[in-house]
Design a protein around this ligand. Structure first.
Ligand code: SF4
Ligand code: SF4
Length: 488
């Protein structure tokens, strides 16, 4: 598959003039192995050649790099739209004029609290510079936005921050999740939000947007799946690391995303290879390009949205669980699933559990139905219908191995179950054992499963043609089913 990168984030320096807080580097000076101006220009040529349309400059603090304006100028002349993320400290009239002259697209200023909180996180006087930056940039008619790294320090003052940003004339505001990394100023987990607070953040975004005074949106690290809980998903792109986007580190290292610092995920260095050959190397970026929901773990692996969202932000999974294939506890949906499972684990009436599961299956709320069935199976391992329904749901969700396991259990309790035999055959077929799968579906037909006729036709067609049987389904019905499916 050919991937075309559209966006990139480039940490042009690790030097920083306002150290501390949730973000940026701890270094006051640039690191010795940062790209020279000539090397940076060469990288820009390669970025343009590869076809990137947007590049965000960050750091460290990008304005501490002496040639920042030359880099912006070069990028825009080569047709690349440039955003720059700054702490605002160095934004003066002169800097704003330079930005304007370079045709910078957007300047994003970091704001991590009200005056009191921002200055406490960083140092006294920084908030004054933030206010000054917003004022100067507005006067120079530069598109200016705000970004906040969420932590326990600021989660409760978002309404006050909103009022302040509106007062300062800011019209767009991004919230991202602070993670306990070097980027969080060396702070530990006790600065991080709790998964149970994600809904509060998403609700705040929704309500603020409804007010219409400022646009506030969660970064992809927060927005992996909010549609079902708050009416819509805020962004449509999802994580594009390694597929539609990439990152450039200060020393020319190429990564899928600059947030992922682990050395195991450095894909190459432009001092050793050109950018295009790194991007097009079929052995690179594989963790991302070959990611499927089946490779994830926990509730992300079996999630009804898994094939679409692939577990949300990989960096969150890596930092929190030390595993790119782990589950994402900071997903609002993930938290809701866990909360619901806990509630269901306290139910003890097998008849009611089965009735609830069946009602949910009728409504296509499969993930929730599975929780009722799991609880029922925990209480009663001798109920073939529970296994049969679970196997059916797992088949619907594309978890064919689990579907096979459940159907084997169902048939061990009731060998005469023709429906279980049919779905077992379908699950086995989907795992590559095609002859065995067709044999089982034929058997289910002999056992009296009338619906097996159509499935048999479909499986034989797929075996012969190596592509799925083209089923006719009215578009409208398909749409309604999909909508029902996405409600948890
Ligand atoms: S639980 Fe995992 S797979 Fe499902 S929406 Fe959340 S992050 Fe995505
Ligand atoms: S890994 Fe996370 S932070 Fe990086 S691009 Fe993907 S969603 Fe964004």
């Amino acid at each position: 598959m050919v991937y075309r990168p559209i966006t990139g984030v480039w940490e042009i320096t690790m030097g920083n003039n306002v150290r501390g807080g949730h973000y940026g580097s701890f270094y006051s000076d640039p690191l010795p192995d940062e790209l020279t101006t000539a090397e940076a220009f060469d990288l820009i040529e390669q970025i343009a050649y590869l076809g990137l349309r947007y590049v965000t400059l960050s750091g460290g603090e990008p304005l501490t790099r002496r040639d920042w304006a030359q880099l912006v100028n070069y990028l825009t002349r080569r047709g690349v739209s440039v955003n720059l993320i700054t702490n605002g400290w160095a934004v003066t009239e002169e800097v704003a004029k330079q930005m304007k002259n370079c045709n910078i697209s957007t300047v994003v200023v970091r704001v991590d609290g009200t005056r009191e909180v921002h200055d406490r996180i960083l140092r006294p006087g920084v908030y004054d510079r933030v206010e000054q930056a917003f004022r100067i940039l507005r006067q120079h008619d530069i598109d200016t936005r705000a970004i906040t790294t969420l932590s326990v320090e600021n989660k409760d003052i978002l309404p006050q921050m909103k009022d302040e940003l509106i007062r300062m004339g800011v019209s767009s505001w991004q919230l991202s999740l602070g993670l306990p990394t070097e980027m969080m100023g060396g702070r530990r987990e006790d600065w991080m939000l709790n998964p149970s607070q994600m809904d509060d953040i998403l609700r705040f975004c929704t309500e603020t947007n409804n007010e219409g005074n400022i646009e506030v949106y969660p970064a992809n690290c927060l927005d992996c799946h909010s549609r079902n809980r708050f009416g819509k998903r805020f962004s449509s792109a999802g994580c594009e690391a390694g597929t539609g986007g990439l990152g450039f580190l200060y020393n020319g290292d190429i990564v899928s995303c600059v947030s992922i610092k682990d050395r195991n995920y450095i894909e190459g260095n432009i001092r050793e290879r050109d950018l295009q050959s790194i991007w097009e190397d079929e052995s690179k970026f594989l963790w991302r390009r070959e990611m499927t929901n089946e490779k994830l773990s926990g509730d992300c692996q079996v999630c009804q949205y898994g094939s679409e969202c692939l577990g949300g932000c990989p960096n969150t999974r890596l930092v929190i669980g030390r595993n790119l294939y782990g589950e994402n506890p900071y997903c609002s949906h993930n938290f809701a699933v866990k909360t619901e499972r806990k509630r269901i684990s306290e139910l003890n009436d097998a008849t009611e559990l089965m009735a609830s599961a069946k009602a949910l299956i009728e409504e296509h709320k499969y993930q929730k139905a599975t929780m009722y069935l799991d609880r029922l199976i925990e209480l009663r391992q001798d109920n073939p219908e529970a296994y049969r329904l679970k196997g059916f749901i797992e088949y619907q969700n594309g978890n064919y191995e689990q579907s096979e396991e459940s159907m084997v259990q169902a048939l061990s309790l009731d060998p005469s179950d023709s429906h279980a035999t049919k779905v077992l055959g379908m699950a086995v077929f989907k795992q590559g054992k095609r002859t065995e799968g067709i044999r089982l579906v034929e058997r289910s037909l002999q056992m009296g499963e009338a619906t097996a006729q159509e499935e048999l036709k479909a499986l034989k067609y797929e075996k012969e043609n190596n592509r799925p049987y083209p089923r006719r389904q009215p578009l409208q019905q398909n749409r309604v089913e999909k909508e029902l499916f996405v409600r948890f």
